[in-house]
Design a protein around this ligand. Structure first.
Ligand code: IYR
Length: 223
């Protein structure tokens, strides 16, 4: 392929005072995103989820091979299967498989093996990594797969939050059952994360522990 380049026409420059305002506003906006564990069953139109997945698909990634696949699930039977299998895995995890230290560290969050929201929430989005991508019937190696899919998942969470949805990341360990439930090729693709999206239930809470964020001095250095 030739290296055609186009002029950058969609970059927007803001006056610096406005840049600072925008940066502050974005911080205020994203700090209102909380992982919630009680979802309402109110429906959310598919086209909203589609736009959020399109946003995720713009993430920077290795060689622009876009090593991800998103399966958006609203089907009640599929959600029920996911809940059943995820809860079985979480039961083993909370019964000791997680190990004492990990289970202790989770206590302030008050999580347990019960995951009713996997059925209640209108959307579950299973994110998959892809080792190889197809291009005109040709198999291409993917690069920086975890980095790329991690960034895309961040974009997805941000897009869902910005659209006005509550979110939760879920990573049952092992997560391989998701390949089967979603009908994906488990040789080339691996489940990366399950995102739950929907309206928060009226009784949704946020653990105090989760609100304690490290200070700028703790998380950064300017040199
Ligand atoms: N996957 C389990 C346990 C869990 C692990 C971490 I690390 C968390 O931040 C929260 C939960 C669960 O979903 O309950």
């Amino acid at each position: 392929m030739t290296e055609a380049h186009l002029p950058l026409t969609d970059f927007i420059e803001y006056p610096q005072a406005e840049m600072l305002e925008r940066a502050k506003q974005n911080y205020q906006d994203v700090k209102r995103r909380h992982s919630i564990r009680k979802f309402s069953d109110r429906a959310v139109p598919q086209e909203i989820i589609e736009q959020c997945i399109l946003a995720a698909g713009t993430a920077p990634n290795g060689a622009n091979h876009q090593p991800w696949h998103f399966v958006a699930i609203s089907d009640a039977d599929v959600k029920a299967q996911i809940r059943e299998q995820a809860e079985a895995i979480e039961q083993a995890f909370y019964a000791g498989r997680g190990g004492e230290e990990w289970l202790d560290n989770l206590k302030p969050l008050g999580t347990n093996a019960s995951k009713p929201y996997l059925e209640t929430a209108p959307w579950l989005i299973a994110v998959f990594t892809k080792k190889r991508s197809e291009d005109n019937g040709e198999q291409k190696q993917n690069y920086y797969v975890h980095e790329s899919v991690g960034i895309a998942t961040g974009f997805l969470l941000q897009a869902l939050h910005n659209a006005g949805l509550g979110t939760l990341t879920h990573t049952p360990k092992p997560m391989s059952f998701l390949s089967k439930v979603c009908g994906r090729d488990s040789d080339n693709e691996r489940p990366y994360m399950l995102i739950i999206a929907g309206y928060p239930d009226d009784k949704a809470t946020v653990p105090e522990h989760a609100l304690q964020k490290k200070s700028l001095a703790e998380i950064s250095d300017f040199i």
